[in-house]
Design a protein around this ligand. Structure first.
Ligand SMILES: [Cu+2]
Length: 123
């Protein structure tokens, strides 16, 4: 009986981990447009916010603030948009772009551990 409870607890933990990493989606979201830069913190393996909504044809500035000193975080790459940039530690790095096609564009560190999504909407 005790074994079964332990097993069930184990499955519950596994389920929670699966949900957290693969199914819960980005844990923060922000919308931005022309004007003010959008701050994105790079820390503890996550971009915050990890999902950024922008509008087609409207220039935006994404301001990356890297707090993670590990080499993992040293670059941000928008592979679909042919944009990449080095991120200095503790110093904001701006990336300005104008979305030219709608859709969802992933941005990652060079190893793909940090992950974020740029969602381009028609507007
Ligand atoms: Cu990495």
């Amino acid at each position: 009986m005790t074994d079964m409870i332990v097993n069930l607890a184990g499955f519950a933990v596994i389920g929670l981990i699966v949900w957290w990493f693969w199914l819960s989606g980005p844990r923060s979201q922000a919308v931005t447009g022309p004007g003010r830069p959008m701050d994105i913190t790079v820390e503890d393996g996550v971009y915050t916010p990890a999902r950024i909504e922008v509008f087609l044809g409207k220039p935006v500035t994404l301001r990356f603030l890297r707090k993670d000193p590990s080499p993992c975080a040293e670059k941000v790459i928008f592979s679909d948009l042919n944009i990449s940039s080095d991120l200095p530690i503790g110093k904001p790095q701006d990336i300005t772009l104008t979305p030219t096609k709608p859709g969802e564009f992933e941005f990652t560190c060079q190893m793909g551990m940090y992950r974020g999504v740029l969602s381009v909407k028609r507007g």
